[in-house]
Design a protein around this ligand. Structure first.
Ligand code: ADP
Ligand code: MG
Length: 705
């Protein structure tokens, strides 16, 4: 009989997790390592040697031939260089499989080949990867075989962070220290650590690989640069949560199994709003592990799609006119002994610690809305944020009826004496159970929503690492906690001081709270009156990184130095300019080599058919053909003019100074020129014979997966 598939058996099978460590390490070594992982104790080389050896033996039993320091440079994707375990052959020609503690803890990739925003020049190329033992090593399997992946942080010779992970770990330390101060004030002497938890919901599109290969825009840029809307879009709302088609189901099954093996707790899966769009959410984990797991998830999604003859698109806006993809970043802060600081309890009005934490977060988000916005900025996300799609570019906070009411009482009367109770859900059908509902409804239009015992930051783009948003969240909340602790630690009467501070914070920062419809035009106006920033594009968001406010914040908590912030801003400007440059050049290429020739063919055929028809029958009515020919020819010439202009401005862009100036030029001049080219082409697609059109249509791509 074939064995029944068991998730619990395969889960974490390819992870060097606690169970494996316990099994394979001498007890003393295991305990020492746990101290390093759990309490941040120093790691000795002797310890690393023993761990490396056990890790190697384990990995080799799993079939691994190589190891790699797996890291997350500022490209936003992961990087790896494989080293095999083999030693130099001995005199008898035999090799050994070796892996030392030194190799485990330190790697030396060439730092100058990764984006560093000027921190590293080519002549000072040295960079180091350092083992992040708080995130477990794992064995990754693909066509290269099985590779032992060691999660690492990536720094320059002089210790500047060159990656997404280092600042994340620093920010986790910052919030840990400051949150503990708050807990101690409330008499908690037992919790040892406070850890941010993250659960990123990952949206993605799947398209057929054969069709994908016929779309140069998808190949080069991950999104369609042309494409007329199909007769049907997402208006029937029949895809969201719809039953999952066989081909997609088979993909999801395979994907889950791969992820489970790698210890990623893939939990939910469903169809999303747009046709061909889907979502996967894991069970939340501590921030740095969640960030690693999200990278593994994105990589595995792409890999598994290939096996199913599909391509997984993680771009924020692969198709104009239908919903784009995001990544809801669910975030909470929990102690090592299981207390969630964001749990309001049944009667939040009595929960002073919760109210203090909540108002601290209000302050953090209000004061640093620009930084949060920046953390969600990437070229793809510009098509969502501020472009009439979920969520808007304005940062606001949704608290829901219950908390809004408690804060209202505090602000208006100085005291909160009651909490709205959750009612019962009555369906009116006797056979359906009545159950207790949540005290608060949802608001899907809010970019930063309180959802019961966590905040959901909904702005992040689907292709982005979730590291940056969490660096910002952890640090801005650490700052708010620090300010609060500074004040309260000096208070003579703590109860009164806490009460007054909650009221003060709620009053001062209530402008950030908005429970209404975030998509409405009125909100844009009201937000402006409230003085909330409305930062529409990535290029406009980048300066937030280097304001005095940001430098003070990040330096104070040791998360970024000013030089690191400046380098990151530089990397962002460059990334933007490069992305748009590739898009513009791909458009030029496609329009010049595929679309214009196809349209010429179409007009020639039309002209020939007019001649043929008139020759056959002198007074036949050829007005339809003539009209079509005229219309097509006008659009064709518009296309040619727009193409020439796009070519000109793209060439001009290269002359602009690298960095901000060039990025601004791409945003203000090149992007509009791209739209000017797209417009006649999309109209042409509706006129030209489908057989002549040089690429699959939107309809082909999203309805026929
Ligand atoms: P929702 O219905 O609010 O979207 P789900 O239960 O579907 O919530 O969870 C969405 C994501 O949020 C999941 O990844 C889940 O693990 C994560 N999540 C749930 N609780 C927390 C928490 N306390 N902190 C961080 N993430 C959480
Ligand atoms: Mg959600």
């Amino acid at each position: 009989m074939s064995e029944v598939f068991s998730v619990s058996k395969i889960f974490g099978e390819d992870v060097f997790n606690d169970t494996v460590m316990k099994e394979r390490l001498p007890k003393k070594v295991y305990e020492e390592l746990r101290k390093v992982i759990d309490e941040g104790a120093e790691l000795s080389v002797g310890l690393a040697d023993v761990v490396a050896n056990a890790m190697k033996d384990w990995a080799i039993e799993k079939g691994a031939t190589h190891y790699t320091h797996w890291f997350q440079p500022l490209t936003g994707v992961t990087a790896e260089k494989h080293d095999s375990f083999i030693s130099a052959p001995k005199s008898d020609g035999k090799i050994l499989m070796e892996f030392s503690g030194k190799e485990l803890i330190k790697g030396e990739p060439d730092a100058s080949s990764f984006p560093s925003g000027g921190l590293r020049a080519t002549f000072e190329a040295r960079g180091y990867t350092a083992w992040d033992c708080t995130s477990p090593a794992f064995v990754k399997r693909d066509a290269t075989g099985a590779i032992l992946c060691i999660p690492t942080a990536f720094c320059s010779y002089t210790g500047e962070a060159l990656d997404k992970k280092t600042p994340l770990l620093r920010s986790m330390e910052a919030i840990n220290i400051q949150a503990l101060r708050i807990l101690r004030l409330f008499g908690n002497t037992t919790s040892k650590r406070v850890i941010p938890s993250v659960g990123p919901e990952q949206e993605y599109f799947l398209v057929d690989r054969e069709k994908y290969l016929k779309r140069k825009d998808l190949i080069f840029t991950g999104r369609t640069l042309f494409g007329a809307m199909p007769p049907k879009g997402q208006e029937l709302e029949d895809h969201y949560f719809g039953s999952i088609r066989e081909r997609i189901g088979a993909y999801m099954k395979d994907l889950n199994e791969e992820l489970w093996r790698l210890g990623v707790s893939a939990k939910t899966q469903h169809n999303e709003v747009a046709p061909a769009q889907h979502e996967l959410a894991p069970i939340y984990a501590q921030a740095n592990i969640a960030v690693d797991h999200n990278q593994i998830t994105m990589e595995t999604m792409k890999k598994v799609a290939g096996r199913h003859g599909m391509v997984c698109l993680l771009h924020e806006k692969p198709f104009a006119g239908v919903n784009g993809s995001g990544k809801h970043n669910n975030w909470s802060i929990t102690t090592d002994d299981g207390i969630n600081l964001l749990d309001p309890g049944k009667t939040p009005h009595e929960n002073k610690q919760f109210l203090l934490v909540l108002t601290a977060i209000m302050k953090a988000v209000d004061v640093h809305a620009d930084l949060l916005r920046e953390a969600a900025a990437n070229p793809g996300n510009d098509h969502r944020l501020g472009a009439n799609e979920a969520p808007p570019a304005i940062i606001s906070m949704f608290l829901g009826a219950q908390l809004q009411d408690v804060l209202g009482q505090l602000i208006n009367t100085g005291d909160a004496t009651s909490s709205i109770k959750a009612g019962k859900l009555k369906t009116g059908v006797s056979t359906l159970p009545d159950f207790r509902k949540d005290a608060t409804d949802r608001n899907r239009t809010s970019p930063f929503a309180f959802t019961g015992n966590k905040f959901e930051f909904r702005m992040v783009g689907s292709s982005d690492s979730v590291a940056s948003p969490n660096v910002v969240l952890n640090t801005i909340v650490a700052e708010a906690f620090c300010d609060i602790a500074d004040e309260l630690e000096k208070a003579e009467d703590l109860d009164i001081a806490v009460h007054d501070l909650i009221k003060k914070l709620a009053t001062e920062h209530q402008r950030i709270v908005f429970n209404g419809n975030g998509y409405a035009d009125e909100w844009v106006e009201e937000a402006e009156l409230r003085g909330l920033p409305n930062i529409k594009t990535m290029v406009d968001a980048i300066p937030a990184l280097t304001t005095k406010k940001a430098v003070n914040l990040f330096e104070k908590f040791g998360v970024f130095t000013e030089a690191e912030l400046q380098s990151r801003a530089e990397v962002q400007y460059e990334a933007y300019a490069k992305a748009i440059n590739i898009e513009a050049r791909a458009m030029t290429d496609i329009a010049g080599k595929q679309i214009i020739p196809a349209v010429i063919k179409a007009t020639t055929q039309l002209a020939e058919s007019i001649n043929a028809v008139t020759a056959a029958c002198g007074d036949a009515d050829v007005s339809v053909q003539q009209e079509l020919l005229a219309e097509t020819s006008v659009l064709l010439s518009e296309t040619k003019v727009a193409l020439a202009k796009l070519q000109d401005v793209t060439a001009e862009a290269a002359k602009k100074e690298e960095g901000k100036e060039r990025a601004v030029y791409f945003k203000d001049v090149v992007k509009p020129a791209m739209e000017e080219l797209r417009s006649p082409v999309d109209k042409l697609e509706m006129l030209v014979d489908k057989d002549l059109w040089p690429m699959p249509s939107y309809g082909d791509l999203i309805f026929e997966v």
